[in-house]
Design a protein around this ligand. Structure first.
Ligand SMILES: NC(=O)c1ccc[n+]([C@@H]2O[C@H](COP(=O)([O-])OP(=O)(O)OC[C@H]3O[C@@H](n4cnc5c(N)ncnc54)[C@H](OP(=O)(O)O)[C@@H]3O)[C@@H](O)[C@H]2O)c1
Length: 434
């Protein structure tokens, strides 16, 4: 057997410890699978004094760059998270010709194209299976298994925190605040939940998937992003009455005008596979010209599931190095893909307004919609849960340009017939992706 592969692990948190455990407990099996023993020779953490991981011959340091630079480390596994020092360490490793495995969506979304080109330049490999969907093997599927396809769309639930909160609000009638507190108590949400609840985390992941699916350089800043803060428990009841579930959907579609890239809470028909994805599960559906649609569903986070993806990447690099194969070369990508303006996309919309409870409101509202050519599909009026002089008005529209709904809402803001817009959600079904 070839000499052992020296590994440096940057970060021994949830995922780092999961990876260390797997490598320690399955050493013989992994060696026979990739033709080379894996040896974690050094690791970096912030707080060295607090470490309990005891691996013979493993050096623990608080300087991740020192781990990268060690002569006995040939493969760097970055599991610190955040943009820096992670991006700098990955860059240094690749520049030295060392391959890197990372689970870091922020780094891959913001710096992926540059780092992948750097890896190419130095005959190194940069693998990032765990950066999207945790244990779901979607990166390899897009890079390798679906490469014969012209991908037309990707629809995904790729943030376990918001999916957990949304399903709690839907099934238990929990308020947004209670669902968040519950997610934080269970360790599914961080103390500062901004990245999850505002859709930023999902936008990072969608940009990674869209880059692979469309062979294009997609930045997270190009993803239209709306969070879940405005959702109320009663929206789930109204959605259900209309035949829909609400999901935090990340979608990337090719249109005639360019790429349509969005992350926002969305009404999907209860028969849609995405409606059945509950709790912290993730799912990704990819549609292509040859395959039709393929759906992958599974655990999007957790020590074991994420280690499954990270260790698979490690084994792939180790196996390739053991066989003396060169790394896979980067294909041609479109560095400035056209983007379809959201205002021009035709969507159906769900709106919840708080309106004064008086005669004539419906007619006034209807006139504003009609003036912009937005056709109303259904209207429901219910008592406002807190104010006796107000009512909730739930309006759904037929397909129209998103920009027309923008104009309706701008006009209603000036109108005495609406107190407040509660929430605006897009309605979608699979036919929108055919
Ligand atoms: N958790 C999941 O289920 C999951 C799923 C998919 C992807 N990921 C990704 O995996 C990565 C790791 O996530 P995690 O949940 O394992 O994070 P975590 O539990 O917060 O652990 C982070 C680790 O990195 C170390 N670290 C952070 N900054 C450092 C620095 N400047 N220098 C040295 N060490 C540093 C920390 O040291 P201390 O221990 O001393 O604090 C800790 O050991 C992230 O990119 C995350 O997005 C996580």
């Amino acid at each position: 057997m070839t000499a052992a592969l020296g590994i440096g692990v940057l970060g021994l948190g949830v995922v780092g410890r999961g990876v260390l455990d797997a490598v320690q407990h399955n050493g013989d099996a992994y060696a026979s699978r990739c033709g080379r023993r894996l040896e974690v020779r050094a690791a970096a953490v912030r707080n060295v004094a607090a470490r309990r991981e005891l691996v013979p011959a493993m050096v623990i340091s608080d300087d991740p760059m020192a781990v990268v630079e060690r002569d006995d480390v040939q493969l760097v596994v970055e599991l610190m998270g955040g943009e820096e020092p992670a991006a700098g360490c990955i860059e240094a490793a690749l520049s030295a010709g060392k391959s890197v495995v990372t689970a870091n969506k922020e780094v891959m979304a913001k710096h992926g194209p540059r780092l992948l080109a750097l890896a190419d330049q130095h005959d190194a490999e940069l693998r990032y299976e765990a950066s999207v969907g945790g244990g779901i093997p979607i990166i390899g599927v897009l890079q390798r298994d679906l490469q014969a396809n012209d991908v037309s769309s990707i629809r995904a639930i790729i943030n376990g925190t918001t999916n957990y909160m949304i399903t709690a609000m839907s099934s238990d009638g929990a308020s947004y605040d209670d669902a968040l507190a519950d997610a934080q108590r269970l360790g599914y949400a961080e103390a500062d939940p901004t990245n999850d609840v505002d859709g930023i985390d999902a936008a990072y992941k969608l940009s990674i998937l869209a880059s692979l699916g469309f062979h294009a350089q997609v930045s997270p800043t190009q993803v239209h992003c709306e969070g879940i803060r405005a959702l109320a428990a009663r929206d789930f009841v109204h959605a259900r009455d209309l035949g829909f579930a609400i999901r935090m959907l990340a979608t990337a579609r090719r249109t005639d005008d360019g790429l349509d890239l969005r992350v926002h809470p969305t009404l999907v028909p209860t028969s849609d596979p995405m409606a059945g994805v509950e709790g912290v599960l993730n799912a990704v559906a990819v549609s292509g010209d040859l395959i039709g649609t393929v759906v992958l569903e599974g655990p999007g986070a957790g020590a074991g599931a994420t280690a499954s993806a990270v260790v698979a990447d490690i084994l792939n690099v180790a196996g390739r190095l053991a066989s003396g194969q060169p790394p896979r070369r980067l294909g041609q990508i479109d560095t400035s893909p056209a983007l379809a303006p959201l205002a021009d996309i035709r969507v159906r919309t769900y709106l919840r307004f708080e309106v004064p409870d008086r005669a004539g409101v419906l007619a006034e509202l209807g006139a504003v919609f009609a003036a912009e050519g937005v056709s109303i599909a259904s209207v429901l009026q219910t008592p406002h849960p807190e104010r006796s002089d107000s009512a909730d008005l739930i309006v759904t529209t037929h397909h129209c340009r998103d920009g027309a709904v923008d104009r309706v809402l701008a006009n209603l803001k000036q109108s005495a017939s609406v107190n407040e817009l509660g929430v605006r959600l897009r309605i979608e079904d699979r036919r929108d992706h055919d």
